[in-house]
Design a protein around this ligand. Structure first.
Ligand code: M6R
Length: 601
């Protein structure tokens, strides 16, 4: 989703902006732009497409001591140069980049800006025109910015530049993520720390409603009522090397390959020989819960479906898994002993965040399990746990999914032990995670075979199905999402027994049906469902495990404890999707229309 960078100081602003925008590419975007200002004049450059194109379009003469930049993921208006940010006021004095959505922009346009000719179709342009409108009434830039903000409804992270004042950048935040980066010869702002990690590891968090005046050697933060806030930087522990692609063509394959290491890291960190590394307060609070809710979106929701089964089996506490975008607006009756787990790779998903805000208002306890320490969901929850997957750059989530399952297993095991649950006591989770890491490794070592299967099954196909039962059904939902989001093959994840209630009519000659066979109670039934689709011409690929395999199953995974089997069994689906996308010539890491960090509802 949209990304923002800004830099002010005695540094190579242009280079830092472009580098920062490249680091934000992973979030997903369709156009980009920069505004650079300084003694040698000001420059606005915008392009549709990749940052490399923007870089080419910026002439060597462009330079300055301050600049703001943006990657846009279209919400209002098509991806065009006119709609790309920065947007500017008609008098070309103010330039603005924005992440978020202003919901009352049409009303504001009508009330204040009826005489203005607009250059774009965006909500953002209304904001910058309003700043100019109020400045033309005699307000200072800060006053005009504040006055504009007081009228806005919706979400925003803003960086505003005044061409007449290259010494300051005006910044504001509400619901959309934004950080300040503090350097030796500069200060910066960015949507996430990754954008500036090559230049500084010192960052300052911003809270909703705050406004900042950013200068080369100073930053002033004000809350909604204008009171100055003192806030020191914190150190971000992110190794720039971790965000490099290395020898891989795509981050997705690198991240799939990293999964055994992620599982071992989680095991070592949370379940080391000497002690269990889980917050005592968190454990006590969860032990009193009578109902756990897991709230998430997309892949994280699918990981939650697996987590539900693990937590229920090991703790006997009932768990509901909820789609964040639905749950927040249709809350059921909640009992006081409810406990909320927010699962999110990015820690910034707006759908999940709106639920957390409501949960906090009700004073209910929450735990955020995320890959990004200090992200919004991290900061705003009662308790926090890190996924420890390392930065995940590809839009298609892979290693974060397995990390989410592994961390939920840690929670379930430790809580179950604490509650004296017999199943938990019997489970040697360290051993199972070690087996899982080996099992994942065995699958990634077979990637050449899986590549061939991917070509055999998906070439010239526009529809596909994943089928399975029990935990395999949860796995099917994730496997289908992986395939459709990057290959653009329409794919459904289906409960195997449900096909015959309608969907089987879609099975035609050669329709790919991938069947998961890990659920020991229903293996025979699912084998029967395979026969049914084969009888209608389906081309069937079976992913099973050593215990349940038949001789003609194409992919056989190591068998581990049934509760943890998805850790291994998901990997063939990730690889099948990767190669299907590659074969179609798609941009595997940045599929069309998608964003890594979904910061609008
Ligand atoms: O950052 P989150 O885990 O909260 O993101 C939720 C979804 O947008 C995300 O899981 C999405 O479905 C994946 N990128 C798909 O691979």
């Amino acid at each position: 989703m949209c990304g923002i960078v800004g830099v002010i100081g005695t540094v190579n602003t242009k280079e830092m902006l472009i580098d920062g925008l490249k680091k934000l590419e992973y979030r997903g975007y369709d156009s980009a732009g920069v505004f650079i200002n300084g003694n040698q004049g000001s420059h606005l450059v915008k392009e549709v497409g990749k940052i490399a194109k923007l870089e080419d379009a910026i002439s060597n003469e462009v330079g300055g001591t301050m600049g703001i930049g943006h990657t846009r993921w279209a919400t209002h208006g098509k991806p065009t140069v006119e709609n790309a940010h920065p947007h500017f006021s008609s008098d070309e004095r103010f330039y603005l980049v924005h992440n978020g959505v202003i919901t009352n922009y049409e009303q504001l346009k009508e009330t204040y800006l009826s005489g203005i000719e607009f250059a774009s179709q965006t909500d953002t342009e209304v904001v910058v025109q309003l700043v100019s409108y109020f400045a033309n009434q005699g307000m200072t830039t800060l006053e005009a910015f504040k006055q504009t903000i007081s009228l806005l409804e919706g979400s925003y992270a803003f960086a505003l530049a005044d061409k007449e004042n290259p010494e300051q950048i005006f910044v504001a935040k509400n619901k959309s993520p934004l950080l300040l980066g503090i350097g030796e010869d500069f200060n910066a702002l960015c949507s996430d720390a990754m954008a500036m990690i090559n230049y500084t590891n010192q960052f300052v968090e911003l809270h909703d409603g705050e406004i900042v005046i950013l200068e080369a050697d100073n930053y002033e933060i004000y809350d909604q009522s204008g009171v100055a806030i003192e806030r020191s930087p914190y150190e971000v522990d992110l190794d720039p090397k971790e965000i490099s692609k290395g020898t891989y063509d795509y981050y997705m394959l690198k991240e799939i390959d990293e999964q055994p290491g992620v599982i071992r890291r989680i095991s070592e960190f949370y379940l080391s020989d000497e002690q269990v590394n889980l917050d005592e307060d968190l454990l006590n609070k969860m032990a009193t819960a009578k109902q756990i809710y897991i709230v998430a979106a997309g892949t994280s929701y699918h990981a939650g479906l697996v987590g539900k089964r693990i937590i229920e089996e090991l703790t006997d506490i009932p768990v509901n898994v909820e789609l964040a975008s639905e749950f927040g607006y249709h809350l059921p009756k909640l009992i006081d002993e409810s406990f909320f787990i927010f699962l999110s790779q990015s820690g910034e998903t707006a759908d999940s965040r709106q639920v957390l805000v409501k949960i906090n208002e009700m004073n209910l306890p929450s735990l955020t399990v995320t890959n990004v320490k200090d992200s919004t969901l991290w900061r705003e929850a009662t308790y926090q746990m890190q996924l420890l997957a390392g930065p995940e750059i590809a839009v298609a989530s892979t290693k974060a999914y397995v990390a989410q399952i592994a961390v939920q297993a840690v929670i379930a095991k430790v809580l179950g032990d604490h509650l004296n649950n017999a199943t938990a006591k019997q489970l040697d989770l360290r051993e199972e995670l070690s087996l899982a890491a080996n099992g994942i490794q065995a699958i990634v070592d077979q990637k050449d075979d899986i590549e061939k299967l991917s070509y055999e099954f998906f070439t010239n196909q526009n529809h596909a199905f994943y089928i399975g039962r029990g935990m395999d059904y949860a796995l099917c939902l994730e496997a289908a999402l992986k395939l459709k989001e990057i290959s653009y093959i329409h794919t459904e994840g289906f409960a195997a027994g449900e096909l015959k209630h309608g969907t089987i009519s879609l099975i035609e000659d050669k329709t790919p049906v991938i069947a998961y066979l890990n659920d020991q109670n229903t293996t025979g039934l699912t084998r029967g469902n395979i026969e049914e689709v084969q009888a209608r011409g389906a081309h069937v690929l079976v992913i099973s495990n050593q215990d349940d395999a038949q001789s003609d199953d194409q992919i056989v995974c190591f068998t581990i404890n049934e509760l943890l089997q998805p850790l291994i069994s998901v990997v063939p689906a990730q690889l099948l999707a990767y190669y299907a996308s590659l074969q179609r010539g798609n941009d595997v890491d940045q599929p069309r229309s998608l964003a890594k960090s979904v910061t609008v509802e």
